[in-house]
Design a protein around this ligand. Structure first.
Ligand code: TXA
Ligand code: MG
Length: 338
């Protein structure tokens, strides 16, 4: 791939965002912040621009992209029908970390949706993202802005390290507020199905959708959310999750650690690990703090050249479900129960 001259937009203002929008309109690719993780965007209606996303990330092209809109009012342009449940859902969670899968209109090129007849749609709750989309006056197709297989980027330095020289511009939006990707909800099947747990927890959706289903995409041969079949979020180290009573977890991990291993834990246990190679994701009393730090921690272990990560099993209530979904994937489902 040819090296691209990447513009770094450190302090985005209206002028620089309009300039980035122009890059999108002309068929370029731009990294932008969202409230979940950074996205790598292109004009969703321009197939050759969309192809550039797959090349820059090294993403398999059978894995469809989410299109990002600045406002729900333009949804009609891209989807065949808007199910009734979406009117309430969108009032509650859009803008926000919710992606809905709907029947697509032909205006969306097949390369965006990997030839599916559906399209995933999200309205990010981030001013920079929404201005960029609005100024581009199109839908922006964007996956997470990491090299395929690496942990999703939640900080500017992560995207600069993964994509500098491969994209036309990178916009600095600081640290992403939520830190795990959006919940993907399929509204095209008979009953709404969560394809990927994310920023909007199960319980919040269940309030609005009585017959809500959940798919275990990773165990299915033909997952409905194609991205779920790929190895994701993986740090370079081998990772294993230790589950059980807190004292036994502490004892087991302390027995296993050596100079090449690291521990991913909560604030409450941090001082009780003997090793210096330990990272605290946050307090067990605050699952959203843990969510906002996990991808950063996985990347830090890479920088520390850790070979083996021992990770606590965090609470799966609320956003904790998405956190453990990502950590289990990073660990290739490797769990030791103590
Ligand atoms: O928070 C997020 O969702 C971030 C930010 C940038 O918006 N984006 C993101 O995109 O995580 P990506 O490409 O890394 O993950 C999109 C997920 C994949 O699992 C993909 O397979 C699924 O959404 N997906 C996309 N289109 C779909 C469709 N038509 N039907 C089912 N699943 C779909
Ligand atoms: Mg991704």
């Amino acid at each position: 791939m040819d090296r691209v001259n990447t513009k770094l937009i450190d302090l985005p203002d209206d002028i620089s965002l309009k300039h980035c929008a122009e890059i999108i309109v002309k068929g370029g690719i731009v990294v932008f912040p969202t409230e979940t993780v950074y996205g790598l965007g292109a004009d969703a209606l321009n197939p050759s621009a969309v192809e550039k996303i797959f090349t820059a990330k090294g993403r398999p092209n059978d894995n469809p992209l989410i299109i990002h809109l600045h406002d729900i009012s333009v949804l009609d342009k891209y989807v065949m029908e808007v199910p009734q449940v979406l009117s309430l859902l969108s009032k509650l969670y859009m803008p926000g970390p919710l992606t809905v899968v709907l029947k697509k209109k032909n205006i969306i090129p097949d390369c965006v949706t990997a030839n599916l007849d559906t399209v995933a749609v999200r309205i990010p709750d981030n001013d920079i993202a929404r201005k960029l989309i609005e100024y581009s006056d199109t839908a922006i197709a964007a996956p997470s802005a990491n090299i395929s297989g690496k942990p999703s980027p939640t900080m500017y330095k992560h995207v600069v390290s993964d994509l500098f020289g491969k994209v036309d511009a990178i916009i600095n939006g600081g640290k992403c507020r939520i830190g795990v990707e959006s919940t993907v909800l399929d509204l095209t099947s008979e009953k709404p199905v969560i394809l990927r747990p994310g920023g909007v927890p199960y319980d919040s959706l269940k309030l609005v959708i009585k017959d809500l289903q959940v798919t275990n995409a990773s165990s299915s041969d033909t997952p409905k959310s194609p991205g779920m079949k790929y190895k994701h979020y993986a740090p370079k180290a081998d990772m294993v999750i230790i589950k059980g009573d807190m004292l036994r977890v502490l004892e087991r991990i302390n027995n296993m650690t050596d100079d090449y291993s690291g521990v991913l834990c909560c604030k409450e246990t941090y001082d009780r690990y003997d090793t210096a190679n330990k990272l605290c994701a946050g307090s067990i009393k605050d699952p959203s703090e843990i969510a906002s730090n996990i991808f950063e921690c996985l990347r830090l272990f890479d920088e520390m050249q850790i070979k083996k990560i021992y990770c606590e099993y965090f609470d799966t209530k609320g956003i904790g479900e998405a956190v453990m979904n990502r950590l289990l994937k990073a660990a290739s489902q490797n769990v030791i129960e103590v």
